[in-house]
Design a protein around this ligand. Structure first.
Ligand code: SAM
Length: 290
């Protein structure tokens, strides 16, 4: 069965009496070489389990099941579950679960798979919820090897931006704390059915097994990053003053200077290592409740 063939997709959808659901971000891939590339590039270890989010009618799942040990796929749309039983019927290494990934207890679901070996994430993510899903995957603390996701091209530019560039933002710095992101390839809108309005990019995040920069207090680190980007056109000292109301301007200026920066620098020039150092300096000044 060629799930990238438009006629086949339409026949399956007609046979199961379903249509594309915009509210779930349903744009299905229809280019086999793109699908194969994602499945091959998503991690190094063939013996891995892959968590797929949003299998749709099983296009990417099919390739993942063919080249990886096991696939666990979470699909929110109940109407697609019988379709997936049909399209993936030949595989005994795929488990499909009808669940919203945002509601899923990933630790409990994946514990038996981590016991068997490495686990990575691979998904063509729905655009409407890309950032919350990515943050959930990062914050859950599970030791995934890789998170490979297809996302809107401009979001990929932001996630993979270098410090100081126009695309660099709070989310870039936060992501750099958890791992190293790289763009793999672009996928034009015409490779999907229905075609979305924008192009996509596949990115791969290699999660740090051991974080290279460890803050004294994670909450203060995230607060520092959020404050620094909260007032983008302001100097770092002004932006941090707005975000840390309990500290005086002088204390903030001194903390910035103690890290070797000019207080007039803008927050977007700092990379994750520098944010960690700065957040440690701020930690010393904060009341000891955080
Ligand atoms: N993997 C398929 C492909 O590449 O052709 C479909 C990708 S489509 C962009 C996104 C899929 O995610 C849809 O099947 C949609 O129903 C599913 N989805 C959307 N929100 C979800 C959520 N919160 N949890 C799980 N699946 C979700």
């Amino acid at each position: 069965m060629n799930l990238c063939d438009v006629k086949t997709v339409r026949n399956i959808m007609e046979a199961f009496n379903i249509s594309f659901r915009k509210e779930f971000g349903q744009n299905f891939l229809i280019d086999r070489s793109v699908v194969q590339n994602i499945a091959w590039e998503c991690c190094e270890d063939e013996d891995s389990t892959i968590l797929e989010i949003g299998p749709g009618i099983g296009t990417l799942t099919y390739e993942l099941a063919s080249c990886r040990r096991e696939v666990v796929a979470l699909e929110i749309d109940r109407g697609l579950i019988p379709v997936l039983s049909y399209t993936l019927g030949e595989f005994d290494n795929v488990k499909v679960i009808n669940e919203d990934v945002m509601e899923t207890n990933l630790e409990a679901l994946l514990a038996p798979y981590f016991e068997k070996g490495s686990v990575s994430v691979c998904a063509n993510l729905p655009y409407y919820i890309t950032t919350p899903i990515l943050m959930k995957l990062l914050e859950c603390g599970l030791p995934f090897d890789y998170i490979t996701i297809m996302i809107q091209a401009e979001v990929a530019d932001r996630l993979c931006a270098k410090a100081g560039s126009k695309d660099y933002g709070a989310i870039t710095a936060v992501l750099a704390y958890y791992g190293e992101a790289e763009k793999l390839f672009k996928v034009p809108a015409g490779k999907f059915l229905p075609a979305p309005k924008v192009d996509s990019t596949v990115i791969r995040i290699r999660l740090h097994k051991q974080k290279p920069y460890v803050p004294r207090n994670e909450a203060v680190l995230f607060r520092t990053i959020k404050a620094a980007f909260g007032q983008r056109r302001k100097t770092l000292s002004n932006a941090l003053s707005a975000g840390f109301g309990e500290l005086s301007k002088e204390q903030i200026t001194q903390a910035i200077a103690s890290c070797g920066h000019d207080p007039n620098i803008r927050g977007e020039r700092l990379d994750i290592a520098e944010f960690v150092t700065l957040s440690d300096a701020l930690c010393d000044l904060l009341p000891k409740t955080e």
